[in-house]
Design a protein around this ligand. Structure first.
Ligand code: HEM
Length: 88
């Protein structure tokens, strides 16, 4: 909903692991997949395997050809960040 893009620490990503609040990371970008879950062709349960984590490997094992960045453009939260969790 037009929120601003900002970095996400893995510890924050990990808290978004529920069906009504699900984020995942692919190749360093964090997406809010909550609203995409019902539309995932592989089903919500499959997609939820990646919730709260870096799902790059899971994603690539199944369908490396899928253009996730385009499909989830509106769902981008921001880059995955490993340092300075409290800094801006
Ligand atoms: C299909 C799993 C993430 C988009 C599938 C299928 C599986 C799967 C098992 C095959 C369904 C079938 O053929 O019956 C997963 C897992 C993911 C993941 C484990 C991460 C944890 C994503 C993401 C997107 C996505 C992030 C895009 C936003 C699609 C699309 C298909 C699909 C478009 C159909 C692909 C095709 O038929 O070529 N997924 N998925 N998936 N998934 Fe995912």
């Amino acid at each position: 909903v037009g929120g601003r893009i900002r970095p996400v620490h893995p510890s924050e990503l990990a808290t978004h692991n529920k069906k009504n609040d699900a984020w995942l990371a692919i190749r360093g970008r964090v997406y809010n997949i909550t609203h995409y879950l019902p539309y995932h062709p592989g089903g919500p349960e499959e997609l939820m395997r990646g919730a709260g984590i870096d799902a790059t490997d899971l994603f690539d094992k199944v369908h490396p050809w899928v253009n996730y960045d385009s499909l989830l453009a509106k769902c981008l939260v921001g880059p995955l960040r490993f340092d300075r969790p409290d800094a801006e």
